[in-house]
Each structure stands twice: as C-alpha cells, then as structure tokens.
Design a protein around this ligand. Structure first.
Ligand SMILES: Cc1ncc(COP(=O)(O)O)c(C=O)c1O
Length: 490
C-alpha cells in the first residue's frame, strides 16, 4: 500500500534551498553585526518569563515563522563570544565554515558509532592528524582517539581507561566488580590549578573527591613535581592504588603550563598514567615553535584532552581525547567480549573497529566534519597565525594594564591575562569587593566582557583571548572600559 507523505514532511528541493538561503542570510548578518552589537545584554525579564511559560505548540507553524521567532527572541541575546571584546572563559567564536559544516553534518546525520561510511573515516583521519601532531601513535594496534563533547568528557574517558588499567594490575576487574572488590583506596593527582572536571570525573568513577590529591603550585601557578612525587610515595607506602596524574597544558585560570617533562619522569618512576589536559592550551603547544619543549614532553603522556571547540574555533561541541594504548581503551569500554572482537572489516559493512568500543556513547554525532573542514581550510600555518595573533593581543592587553597606574597585572600565560584594579590609597581589604563591582559594571556595560576569578587568593579580572577578530584596538578599549568602570565604582 502506498501511503501519501504526511504534508509536514513534504519538502521540495526549492523549498529546502529557500530555507537554507534564509538561514545563511541570518548567519551572515549575525556574524557581520556582532562587533557593532553590545557584547552582552541579559535576556529581559519579560522575554525570560515568556520562555518559561509559553505552552508546547499543539499545531505546527511554517518554518519561516519559526525562523522569524528565532530572529526576534533568541538571536539578540547571545552570550557574547564572537564579539571582539568578549574575553571571558575559553569561548571562541565559531569559524563561519564550521557553522555551515554543522548543517552539512546534520544533512547526512549519521551515527558515528561505527560502520563503513564516510563519517567514520573522516573522524579517524582527524584523530590521526592530531595524533601525528602530538607525537602519539595512531592507527591499529597503536594509539586511538575519538571526538567527544568537550574537555570534561575527554578527561572522564581517559580516567576510565587509566582506572581500568591500574585496577587490573592491582588484581581486580573493575568492570565486573566496580571498585568494591579492591579493598584499597584509589587516588588521583591533580594540580591546584587543574580543571574541576577532573574532580567531577573522580566522583563519577567512584574514586571520590577526597581521594583526589591536589598538588600545590609554584609561584607561576604550575604543578610542583617534587610535591607530586612525595604524594605518590606516601600513598604507595599507605597501600593506595594511584590511578592517574593529570597535568595541564594551559590552565583555565592563568594559562600556566605544568612542567610536563618533570611530571612525566615522576609518572614513569611510579608507573602511573599521565593524562595531560590540553583542552585550552593544547593547540598552542602543538603548533607554536615557542612551546616545542612542552610539545616533546606532551608526547610522553598516556592520554591528552584537547578541545577543537576552544582554541581551534570549531562550533561547540568538539572535544578530543587521544589515547596512547588502543588496546587498553578498548578493554575499558568495549562490550564485545574479547574473544569475539575483530580488527574491523575494511571493505564490508562493519568498517574499522567501532568508535563505540572506545568510549561511552553509542550513537555519536558527526562532530569530525567541522574539525576536518577547518583543518583543511586553515591548515597548520593558518591556525598557527591565528593562535599567535590571539597571544599577541593578550600581550597588548597585559602591556596596557601594566601601563595603567590603577591596575595591577597578576598573571599572564598563553592568551590569559589576570589583573585587578588596585588604585593607590584603596585599603587592601576593600579591593576584592571593588573589583567585583568593576567586573559587573564592565559586563553589564555591553562594551567589553571579562570573567572573574581568584589568583593567589585574591579576586581578579580575567581575560582569555581566543578570537582572531580581536585586535590591538580592542585590547586598548578593554583597558579603557575597566578604568571607566573603576572611576564609576570607587
Ligand atoms: C583547562 C580546561 N580543562 C577542561 C575544561 C573543560 O572543558 P569542557 O568545558 O569542554 O568540558 C576547560 C574548560 O574551559 C578548560 O579550560
């Protein structure tokens, strides 16, 4: 029996094209208009309440009407990343090609769990390119890697494999018995400036946040390898099972890069997994000559997290985890019994060993397309220039801060600049509160956007430049905005 297509599913090619052209026009106008719009404006209370109370539509509306509603109610209130004076957190603007790559990936809409379809091969290629850059083994039976939702998931994935390896060496099968059978305390080691996702991962993996050893930093906010060694010595003597050390190549707070070589020595001496969180700083370390020593040390890691959706300008989401030992990763995640596993089916339906055997997700999006397209479009040299540009803008911002008598530079690493207002004569114990007011003033002013943080125990303003559309004039304008806010708030 031939059933007619439901009316709401009847799309003619010209209708699809017209819809796409309209979307493309909206995208183009949005991206072009960003610099002249406020960096940030909060969603007005009436609009927020409309979102909170509008009922689920019973009857559908034409796609054009829905687009018009998006333009009126959603598009005017972005978070601000994309604007050349948005420097909060690590949120880059999307490259325009990445925006349209998302639509192309959705048009194909595969699940990249596995199979012999192009999306799988694209993701394998992307992983191989990064593995080559990082000096990691790629391809069977060496290393492996996969795209995930972000740095947090990359670290969770790496820790899962590390936990499996270490507990197996300690005599249990953590997949069958959880940590219950171990009867010993499992520990993780993270720098004081390490990202909170490591602690969340410890909680999710049943390790417990109280078993995360927080290793203090030196004056440059880098993990102290000597203290890491002592913590490991102590725990091993106490019968603990150290699972992994997480070092950071580009901390979110100050852009500090931990001394990876010395940390790798400590890990090697203890036979402990080294995970490097390069979610933010990884691309700079992999691409810029000035970080080649760090890069060489990075190649000693067991796993690396790196986020194309941060400093590679891919639209959210796109995280990457690289793993040195594909077999260990597969053992930790695969639900295919070892005796039934095959090494893939290169010419048939099954294709290479499925990604779903190396991570948590089964249905997986075609994240790789935007990364693959951007890597081809920009190339290594293009990316190198863009990242170097961002660092130069951060340098200019830092210089402006140092030149201002009322501002004090607190930390400077990669493209992060931490500083605060410290006008002469202002009592030291009033500075935190003053800087909080300055930050809110700047954020709501709509002409610049910074984040707040704590550096060496004091409240600070933090800028992270990950937008090649920002220039020296923007850096100068940010300094001027902060000084103007200071004069209003004093
Ligand atoms: C250094 C670092 N690690 C991990 C993360 C977490 O990454 P994601 O937000 O992509 O999960 C971030 C996020 O800013 C980060 O800067």
């Amino acid at each position: 029996m031939s059933a007619p297509l439901p009316p709401s599913w009847r799309w003619r090619e010209d209708e699809v094209r017209a819809l796409g052209e309209r979307v493309a026009a909206i995208v183009a106008a949005h991206l072009a208009g960003l610099p002249s719009d406020p960096v940030f404006r909060p969603v007005p209370p009436a609009a927020a309440s409309a979102f909170a109370t509008a009922p689920l539509p019973l009857d559908g509306a034409p796609a054009g009407d829905v687009l018009a509603r998006f333009v009126a109610d959603v598009l005017p209130y972005p978070f601000g990343n994309g604007h050349p004076r948005f420097h909060a957190w690590v949120n880059s603007p999307p490259h325009a090609l990445g925006v349209f790559a998302e639509a192309l990936a959705a048009a194909m809409n595969p699940s990249v769990a596995g199979g012999n379809h192009a999306a799988v091969h694209v993701e394998r290629q992307v992983v191989r390119w990064f593995a080559d850059l990082a000096g990691f083994p790629s391809g069977s039976p060496g290393g492996t890697g996969l795209l995930v939702s972000g740095g947090s998931m990359a670290t969770l994935t790496a820790f899962t494999v590390a936990r499996h390896r270490a507990t197996r060496a300690a005599g249990i099968d953590v997949r069958a018995d959880g940590l219950q059978g171990l009867g010993r305390r499992c520990t993780l080691y993270v720098g004081a400036e390490g990202h909170g996702s490591a602690h969340k991962a410890a909680e999710l993996l049943g390790i417990g946040s109280s078993n995360v050893r927080v290793i203090p930093s030196d004056a440059a906010h880098r993990m102290r390898p000597g203290l890491l060694r002592s913590a490991l010595d102590r725990d091993v003597a106490d019968g603990c099972v150290p699972l992994a050390v997480m070092a950071t190549a580009g901390t979110v707070n100050t852009g500090a890069i931990d001394p990876l070589d010395e940390i790798a020595d400590v890990c090697a001496a203890h036979g402990v997994w080294l995970h490097v969180d390069g979610s933010y700083g990884g691309p700079a370390v992999l691409l810029l000559d000035r970080y080649r020593r760090t890069r060489a040390a990075l190649a000693r890691a067991d796993s690396i997290a790196m986020d194309p959706h941060k400093w590679l300008y891919a639209p959210v989401d796109a995280g990457l985890v690289l793993l040195r030992d594909a077999t260990a990763a597969r053992d930790a995640f695969s639900l295919v019994p070892a005796y039934l596993r095959t090494d893939g089916d290169p010419s048939g339906v099954g294709g290479p060993v499925w990604f779903s055997e190396f991570g948590f997700d089964q249905t997986r999006p075609f994240r790789a397309l935007k990364v693959w397209m951007l890597l081809q479009h920009l190339g290594v040299t293009g990316y190198r220039d863009l990242i170097a540009h961002d660092i130069a803008v951060a340098d200019r911002l830092a210089a402006g801060i140092e030149a201002a008598a009322d501002l004090r530079l607190l930390a400077r690493g990669l493209s992060v600049v931490c500083f605060r207002a410290a006008p002469p004569g202002c009592p030291a114990d009033a500075l935190d509160e003053l800087n909080r007011r300055v930050l809110t003033d700047v954020q709501l002013g709509g002409r610049a956007f910074l984040a707040g943080t704590t550096v060496d125990g004091v409240f600070a303003l933090r800028a992270c430049v990950v937008n090649p559309g920002s220039g020296g004039a923007d850096a100068d304008a940010v300094v001027a905005e902060v000084l103007a806010a200071l004069s209003r708030q004093r």
